[in-house]
Ligand binder design. Structure first.
Ligand code: ATP
Length: 476
């Protein structure tokens, strides 16, 4: 995780949220700097909204703590936290005009008053009007106070929702995919508006999106999430230039992710060639993932390193998107010049254009038990395996089965598979796709496949008995 310097406004400590049996948020620890524009970025279902709802107080963590300005607010109700939320659906009151939508919360608000017996009083009409008009000015809707909500465009409704949230002068503003209902042009305009508002208000913004470009343009800090866990925290530039794993690299910007091996410090091998790089600290010959951005591959340089053949060229306005094949890999390359399809080209990559990442792992490890003679259960289905010579297993023994990612075959005809599941994640790794499949009993398996599947595809899985390696689980 990124090293934290500066004044913290929010801190999550080992926060977990479990719905039924599903872990929506899995041990998240995060510090947020006062005044930052922080974006939580990740694919649908990764737990972004759940984190926001816990920050707002609409959900209670199953475990862990949440601090606001150093104070434990884990069980403090939403209205007692100095935090306001702008939702995906604006949730405006259709029967109230713009002014009254914004004024709604203020009419219930009390302020300290030494002259009152109770020690507090409601805001006066004038005070409310001043605050509402100020909020309307901030979102450029000064002339719209009297208008019906229904008469406003999506973008204008969005501004009303923001005005309603900032009128309470919160210390933190939470924004849950607030631009997702807008068309592209309006979205771009609102991105600039939100940046301006953030500057003017000087408060902390926590913004949730699955759109990496939006996160890159707007944020001071990006928190990348996957499956309820934080993958990386950093500035947009740091996350683009130095992603910590293949998931982040693939999620942020266009990338080539290639399997390779670290020969020694500052020397990596892929495409059957050795390349000088800047990375060190890996084991000699450690398998690694290599990230190369399309703009970092030079074509026909003075000192070429490898050769490929142009397979496809698409003009993108200011550059050409060129697909090059070599050694069964498909590389995406950006260049200002066009090349002919079929043309052989030479290429090179400077050491700082090569980014080496540890491979998450290459094999599935699955804890299960022996169900019969040389059979184990995977996701409620029995699979035969071939035991190591001399090793015996008895029914009920707790075991660990390992299956290499490239030893599972996928089929779109579910009936041909021994077991079925849904594809939830996919990363292109140059020569193959790495997909994550959730089996029907809530178990995930990773598969390396030559075919381009779609997320949410339903697939059958075929695993040969000789590819299932089984050992006793010593801990059980
Ligand atoms: P999206 O971008 O689609 O809104 P997200 O990253 O915000 O996704 P969450 O809404 O936080 O994801 O959901 C995380 C996981 O928790 C999902 O698998 C979701 O189905 C589950 N989940 C969220 N809220 C509930 C709930 N109230 N009850 C049961 N499961 C829930």
């Amino acid at each position: 995780m990124a090293k934290f310097t500066g004044e913290k406004i929010i801190e999550l400590k080992n926060v977990v949220k479990i719905y039924d049996k599903e872990k929506a948020v899995d041990d998240v620890s995060l510090s947020i700097k006062k005044g930052d524009f922080v974006t939580i970025l990740g694919p649908s279902g990764c737990g972004k909204t759940t984190i926001l709802r816990m920050l707002a107080g609409f959900e209670q963590p199953t475990a862990g703590e949440i601090y606001l300005e150093g104070e434990d607010v884990t069980s403090v109700p939403p209205h007692k936290r100095n935090i306001n939320t702008v939702f995906q659906k604006y949730a405006l009151f259709p029967h109230l005009n713009v002014f009254n939508n914004i004024a709604y919360g203020l009419k219930l608000k009390t302020v300290p008053d030494a002259n009152s017996k109770k020690g507090y009083r409601l805001l006066s009409q004038q005070e409310i009007a001043d605050k509402v008009n100020r909020a309307l000015r901030m979102v450029d809707l000064e002339a719209y106070g009297h208008r019906d909500i229904d008469s406003l465009s999506g973008g204008q409704q969005q501004r009303v929702a923001i005005a309603r949230a900032i009128v309470n002068e919160p210390k933190v503003l939470l924004l849950d995919e607030p631009l997702s209902a807008l068309d592209l042009k309006m979205r771009k305009e609102m991105q600039i508006e939100l940046r301006r508002l953030h500057k003017e208000l000087g408060i902390t913004f926590i913004f949730v999106t699955h759109d990496q470009e939006e996160a890159m343009t707007m944020s001071d800090t990006i928190v990348v999430m996957r499956d309820g866990q934080i993958q990386q925290v950093g500035t947009p530039k740091k996350i683009y230039d130095e992603p910590q794993n293949a998931f982040t690299a693939d999620f942020i910007g266009e990338s080539n992710i290639i399997s390779g091996k670290m020969i020694k410090d500052k020397l990596v091998e892929f495409f059957g060639h050795q390349f000088p790089c800047m990375d060190k600290g890996f084991e000699p010959n450690e398998p690694v993932d290599i990230l190369i951005r399309p703009e970092d591959i030079k074509i026909n340089p003075r000192e070429p390193q490898f050769e490929g053949t142009v397979m496809n060229v698409v003009f993108k306005g200011t550059f050409y998107d060129i697909t090059v094949v070599l050694d069964n890999y498909e590389l995406s390359v950006k260049n200002t010049k066009a090349f002919e399809v079929g043309e052989k080209i030479m290429m090179s990559i400077a050491p700082d254009g090569i980014h080496v990442m540890p491979k998450d792992c290459i094999t599935n490890e699955y804890k299960t038990e022996i169900t019969g003679e040389n059979t184990i259960s995977i996701g409620d289905t029995d699979f035969e395996f071939v035991p190591n010579a001399g090793e015996t297993f008895n029914k009920g023994d707790r075991v660990i089965a390992t299956i290499d990612f490239d030893k599972i075959e996928l089929t779109d005809n579910e009936d041909e598979g021994q077991i079925s599941g849904n594809i939830t994640d996919m990363i292109y790794k140059g020569k193959y796709y790495q997909v994550k499949i959730w089996l029907d009993n809530d178990t995930a398996l990773i598969v390396d496949t030559p075919y381009d599947w779609n997320t949410d595809d339903r697939v059958g899985l075929v695993i040969k008995k000789e590819d299932i390696k089984v050992r006793h689980d010593e801990k059980n």
